[in-house]
Design a protein around this ligand. Sequence first.
Ligand SMILES: CC(C)(COP(=O)(O)OP(=O)(O)OC[C@H]1O[C@@H](n2cnc3c(N)ncnc32)[C@H](O)[C@@H]1OP(=O)(O)O)[C@@H](O)C(=O)NCCC(=O)NCCS
Length: 168
Amino acid sequence: MFQIRLFEPKDAKHYRSLRLESLKTYPECFDSKYQQQAELDKLFFEKLIESRSAKGKMVGAFARNTLIGICGVLFSADARQTAEIIQMYVKPDFQNKGVGKELLTCAKGLCLDRSIETLQLEVLKTNIGAAKFYEACGFRVDEALSQDLENVVLNAVVDGFHFSQNSN
Ligand SMILES: CC(C)(COP(=O)(O)OP(=O)(O)OC[C@H]1O[C@@H](n2cnc3c(N)ncnc32)[C@H](O)[C@@H]1OP(=O)(O)O)[C@@H](O)C(=O)NCCC(=O)NCCS
């Protein structure tokens, strides 16, 4: 059983702790490096959470009030009506229970509220499990954009998501 909700400024320290855990546990899955991030006084999204910034929102999954997963959504400043998913992570003990999918469902809801049509994200080409996860959640690889990058670019049309609405 878990709950999904947006982070409040009071949650910023818990966000920081789980984000650093993700970088330490899965260094091969993220561009950012644990040591370099741990030395920062404030992480990029920690500042956005604390200031309730409209530039981005962090969604959290909580099991008995303990943070077990995160998913960031960055809203673009231009008129493309695209939002980006970043920093997706679910604690190992809670993976494969539908937590990641529910985090993305909440992220989709934020986009619908803002009339955003497309969600985009990048996955390292070596992170095949995550790419399969996103595809299971309705994302499709953009072959043209992915060609010359170390990352695979995946897109999803917000209205075209097909999520199960059941939580464990
Ligand atoms: C990727 C990650 C966020 C997935 O979260 P999760 O809570 O385990 O995923 P869910 O249980 O919600 O899975 C949703 C769907 O994706 C599929 N899926 C999840 N992980 C998968 C994997 N490694 N390989 C293939 N399919 C996978 C599930 O089978 C499920 O499919 P279904 O809906 O058809 O049953 C999690 O494994 C993780 O934190 N990985 C390490 C960090 C990482 O790689 N982050 C992404 C950086 S871009």
